[in-house]
Design a binder for this molecule. Structure first.
Ligand code: GAL
Length: 430
């Protein structure tokens, strides 16, 4: 495990150096010939460096290289789950007009931010050529379009509101039923605490916002949660106070924050912690063989259920790839987008990534175990959009929420958190 983390750090440094190297956008060509390089290399910017998620990227890269003998996949991934660090760097690169050839962006408000800033090329030509409007769900296409122009290629659907748990730890603590409501969850956390295990594992700061979105959904209910992103939103009322009180209670059972989502999830799989609320990329990490994942046994080492109070609702997010204006290797980027859009690419990527395909015509036989549940629920559940993963809030609003939650982690002041969240909503300009 340690080695995998070292590898992830090494990739980060390599990624940063590469970004710096590419950051001159061709420069004056005095010392090298970046333009010649740009013809072959395709710089793919993502944050999939860590154990579990890098496996999915690798599977797609292999198909890309097989189909494009003249092109070289250049991995410009920047470490850090959920991409907060990657996006900060990307903003700088986009502002300096030195974009990578293609970058990862979340469908929804986050992508709309890039579109409004004029940073992306529309992809209607690709959608027409590959008939992509027939293969992606219309509601997903709506999230990546403005005025009839489509701006990215979605590769997957992830579920955010998953409660992962260790069945043996629950049993040992006398938790006989998987908690379905927030009060039942709190009772279970208390029982685990009495046994001396970590009731709830948690990672770096963004994982607390990830937890918050599940608690808001579970406490407010789906319709009220979905109204938060509309003109009639109510961030100051008693239902929100109650939801934030629930958040405070649940957070009081969290262990020491781990470095990122992987070590927090691992505490559950290793039987050190009972619960972890995390997106289903955790499935890829738990399940993939030990050279990338943990090689754990489903239903024995880990199990899953909707996060408390959210059964019947699929809190979704989708990773998509873009064509930034001024991409140094535009043709190479289009070649990447074609693989990302294809059935073959999606069916190689998603089973490893712990996600289900964005395409409607994927080979369902490949999606077994947890992924079969996800496919079924995506087809039948109500939908809600993720906060932390860019569906319902743009990046500026997400940063304001992150800051409020960061302060709350220190002072535990519910009134101050509610005020800061209401301010963030008011100032969002969304
Ligand atoms: C999300 C992303 C997922 C996964 C996760 C953890 O934002 O959409 O694909 O990478 O972060 O890093």
């Amino acid at each position: 495990m340690r080695r995998q983390w070292m590898a992830a750090v090494a990739v980060t440094v390599a990624g940063l150096l590469a970004l710096t190297a590419c950051g001159d956008g061709g420069g004056d060509g005095a010392t090298q010939s970046p333009q010649a390089d740009a013809k072959k290399k395709v710089e793919v910017f993502s944050w999939w460096t860590g154990p579990g998620e890098a496996d999915g990227l690798k599977a797609m890269k292999e198909i890309f290289e097989k189909q494009n003998a003249g092109l070289e996949f250049f991995d410009a991934a920047v470490a850090g789950g959920s991409g907060d660090k990657a996006r900060a760097l990307l903003t700088t690169k986009l502002q300096a007009q030195t974009p990578p050839d293609t970058f990862q962006g979340h469908a929804g408000a986050e992508l709309q931010g890039y579109i409004k800033a004029g940073q992306l090329e529309p992809l209607n030509f690709l959608y027409d050529e590959l008939k992509l409007k027939d293969v992606f769900p219309q509601q997903l296409i709506d999230q990546i379009s403005v005025e009839g122009q489509v701006y990215s290629v979605p590769v997957n659907i992830h579920r955010s509101n998953v409660m992962w748990f260790n069945p043996a730890v629950l049993k040992e603590a006398g938790v006989t039923e998987v908690p379905k409501t927030i009060p039942d969850f709190v009772a279970a956390l208390e029982k685990v605490k009495q046994k001396g295990k970590i009731p709830l594992s948690i990672g770096s700061e963004w994982t607390m916002v990830h937890l918050l979105e599940s608690v808001l959904l579970g406490s407010l209910g789906t319709d009220a949660y979905n109204r938060l992103w509309t003109a009639g939103s109510d961030w100051s009322g008693p239902a929100m106070t109650k939801a934030l009180d629930d958040f405070k209670t649940i957070l009081s059972y969290a262990g020491d924050p781990a470095d990122d989502w992987q070590p927090a999830a691992k505490q559950v799989a290793d039987g050190e912690a009972a619960f972890n609320i995390m997106g289903d990329w955790a499935y890829g990490y738990f399940h993939n063989p030990p050279d990338g994942g943990l090689g754990k046994t489903s239903k024995t080492d880990f199990d899953w259920a909707p996060s408390p109070g959210t059964g019947g609702t699929f809190m979704w997010l989708s990773d998509s790839f873009t064509l930034p204006k001024g991409a140094p290797n535009r043709d190479g980027a289009v070649a990447w987008l074609k693989v990302a859009a294809s059935k073959e690419g999606q069916d190689a990527f998603n089973p490893k990534k712990g996600s289900i395909p964005a395409r409607k015509d994927a080979d369902t036989a490949l999606y077994t175990d947890y992924l079969a549940d996800a496919l079924k629920d995506w087809g039948g559940d109500k939908l809600a959009g993720s906060i932390q993963h860019g569906v319902v809030v743009n990046d500026a609003w997400r940063v304001a929420i992150n800051e409020a939650v960061g302060l709350f982690h220190g002072d535990k002041d519910v009134a101050a958190l509610q005020k800061a969240l209401a301010e963030a909503a008011k100032n969002s300009g969304q």
